[in-house]
Design a protein around this ligand. Structure first.
Ligand SMILES: NC(=O)c1ccc[n+]([C@@H]2O[C@H](COP(=O)([O-])OP(=O)(O)OC[C@H]3O[C@@H](n4cnc5c(N)ncnc54)[C@H](OP(=O)(O)O)[C@@H]3O)[C@@H](O)[C@H]2O)c1
Length: 275
């Protein structure tokens, strides 16, 4: 044996090398962190979002951190429009050459009191509930194919701890996420025997632009909201997008092959004190 063979450093294969991943709403917040981590682990990732410029800029940024043959791609589409959902599914399969991991992350917040449903209902439900349900149905054949090829496919739904707590003015948003969680569990029941695992990640308050976007708050007001939440939380802070992303990667990984139909609350204990 030559000394060089015993001293050579083994290069580990990235955990998601060759995996094809679709992350809806990957140009901001939690979706961006999910896409970034998959790319750092060697996956090819297509993100979606409504804003073409933001998508392009995001993909340029993401590709700087890509490992090995990993690559970020984007699809500009509005998933609140029913006819754009199937187009998005087709484009994703075309761009990625198939699909192994589907992350339903795109979502909107929105405060609406019980007597304001007429103006808020469609805006929230169409994006948070109809889009992931229809997108799943269009993409299931690709995931079954991935299972047959031995790629251990999975779907991860980003829901929310609002499925378990009650907050004023959150009725429609909470209903959209409760519906999503229930749908995801049924999908897990139906699809697991085909080799497609389905899991849910339910974040607690996480530092992303969704708060200011849904409340119209400026940065100062958003910080006030974060501070109030942090004061109530057992861990004394709000979550960071990367902490949500870590759990998504775990659920999609081969370390979680026995996990399906699970709903992981990642909230620093916030749901324990805010039921
Ligand atoms: N942050 C939290 O505290 C928290 C807590 C629990 C659950 N969540 C959930 O986590 C997910 C990500 O939220 P975030 O906090 O990261 O918010 P964010 O930073 O505002 O990101 C939302 C993403 O969704 C995309 N999006 C919104 N509407 C869309 C549509 N109609 N079609 C396609 N893409 C759309 C946005 O891109 P464009 O604007 O370019 O379309 C953006 O990429 C959401 O499902 C949210 O409900 C967040």
């Amino acid at each position: 044996m030559t000394p060089s063979s015993s001293t050579a450093t083994a290069t580990a294969t990235p955990a998601f090398a060759t995996k094809r991943v679709l992350v809806t709403g990957g140009n901001s917040g939690i979706g961006y962190a999910i896409a970034e981590k998959f790319l750092q682990e060697g996956a090819t990732v297509a993100i979606t979002g409504r804003r073409e410029d933001k998508n392009k800029e995001t993909v340029d940024q993401l590709n700087k951190g890509a490992v090995g043959s990993a690559r970020a791609l984007y699809i500009t589409s509005d998933l609140s429009k029913e006819d754009q959902i199937e187009v998005t599914a087709k484009k994703a399969v075309e761009l990625l050459g198939g699909l192994d991991i589907l992350v339903h992350n795109a979502g909107v917040g929105g405060f609406a009191a019980v007597d304001q449903a007429a103006s808020a209902y469609a805006a929230i439900m169409d994006t948070n509930l109809r889009a992931p349900i229809l997108l799943t149905s269009y993409l299931v054949p690709e995931l079954r194919k991935s299972a047959k090829d031995g790629h251990h496919p999975s779907i991860i739904f980003i829901s929310s701890i609002v499925t378990a707590i009650h907050a004023k003015n959150f009725g429609i948003y909470s209903a959209s996420k409760a519906g999503l969680t229930h749908y995801a569990k049924t999908a897990a029941y139906e699809l697991t025997a085909d080799g497609v695992r389905v899991n849910i990640v339910s974040p607690g308050p996480t530092r992303t632009p969704i708060f200011s976007a849904s409340s119209g708050a400026n940065a100062e007001k958003a910080k006030e909201m974060f501070d109030e939440i942090a004061a109530k939380s057992p861990v004394g802070r709000i979550g960071e997008p990367s902490e949500i992303a870590d759990s998504v990667l775990f659920l999609a990984s081969e370390k979680a092959l026995y996990l399906t139909g699970s709903d992981l609350f990642i909230d620093g204990g916030y749901s324990l004190v805010s039921a």
